[in-house]
Design a protein around this ligand. Structure first.
Ligand code: AMP
Ligand code: MG
Length: 310
């Protein structure tokens, strides 16, 4: 297919918005990972997304908005939920709220739920594209469901090249793992998925975050129990060193085939995680991975690793 790689220009935004209006799929960078974007209100386009990703239809999609006004059109926010997004948007925070009567995100994108997941990404390309398009865009990661998420243009071309009409080039994604998802419907916020916003920061505006590990009865989000982020290689987690035949993905000082962060920095490790897993997966059948501290965004990294190793 004749696939076009675009830079951020007015002309290209107009072109991409036209493709989206006709039900097409667009690859685009965000600060977390590359997304596969479509008109959130168009059932046929949404069906193409589920099909292109091989994603189960019970696993709802996040809708990306460009401003708080658009978010308020789509969802019902409590005062606390609004304070939370006001503090962290644009940024890698997704909130699940009740669908507003004026909401436009399709039933299929919400997997038939009466809730909707919303975020304003901290990246110029999706923000300008949502504005140019004039409504929310769903943008799940641009990879086959269950596989490693893409953090570079080349990853998307390798995984989804046959399914997209256009892709915006945004280099390497700054954060490297997906957004933190908070259920903002209740009196207390609940962590549905750890991600690249440190969950501790939530409590600065809205205390008493419900964390699943502290409360096994806590609500689980659809799609969060699946094996995911999975390479072809076998993973061995919390490994202090490689065994014969294994590649070693390190964290902190010491010998390693590749190192997520020699200086032991979690942000750097998150940014490198998916690229390094892909690189090792291409050359090795067994990958041992160093222990990652389970604090801050380390929780998000360990969530990905645990699900990749299932
Ligand atoms: P992904 O596209 O893989 O980043 O996953 C998005 C995740 O957001 C889904 O797997 C759900 O766990 C969560 N999510 C999206 N929409 C909703 C919703 N309406 N209600 C609850 N959780 C949601
Ligand atoms: Mg994904």
């Amino acid at each position: 297919m004749d696939m076009r790689i675009l830079n951020l220009t007015d002309e290209n935004l107009e072109l991409a918005a036209r493709v989206l209006r006709s039900g097409g799929l667009i690859g685009l960078p965000t600060e977390t990972v590359y997304g596969l974007a479509a008109d959130a209100a168009n059932d046929a386009a949404i069906a193409r997304i589920y099909q292109a990703k091989g994603r189960p239809k019970f696993n709802p999609l996040i809708a990306h908005v460009s401003d708080i006004e658009m978010a308020l059109q789509e969802g019902i926010f409590s005062r606390e939920a609004l304070a939370l997004v006001d503090k962290h948007w644009p940024g890698p925070l997704t909130v699940v709220v009740k669908v507003a009567p004026t909401g436009t995100v399709s039933d299929l994108a919400r997997a038939g739920l009466d809730s909707v997941a919303l975020r304003i990404p901290a990246h110029a390309i999706p923000i300008f594209l949502v504005r140019e398009f004039g409504g929310p865009l769903v943008a799940p990661s641009a990879n086959p469901s269950g596989k490693i998420s893409p953090t570079t243009l080349q990853h998307v071309l390798d995984d989804m090249g046959d399914h997209i009409d256009l892709i915006f080039n945004g280099g390497t994604c700054a954060a490297g793992i997906e957004s933190t998802i908070i259920d903002a419907r209740g009196e207390r916020p609940a962590l549905l998925r750890p991600g690249s916003l440190d969950p501790d920061w939530i409590e600065e505006t809205w205390p008493d975050l419900i964390r699943p590990e502290l409360n096994p009865e806590a609500p689980q989000s659809p799609g969060q129990l699946l094996r995911h982020y999975a390479p072809n290689a076998t993973l061995r987690l919390n490994a202090e060193a490689a065994e014969p035949g294994e590649a070693y993905l390190g964290f902190g000082e010491g010998p390693a085939t590749l190192n997520l962060s020699e200086r032991g920095n979690l942000e750097e490790a998150a940014k490198n995680l998916f690229s390094m897993l892909r690189a090792l997966d291409a050359d090795y059948e067994r990958i041992a991975i160093a222990p990652i501290p389970n604090v801050g965004i380390g929780e998000g990294i360990n969530d990905r690793l645990t699900r990749a190793a299932k």
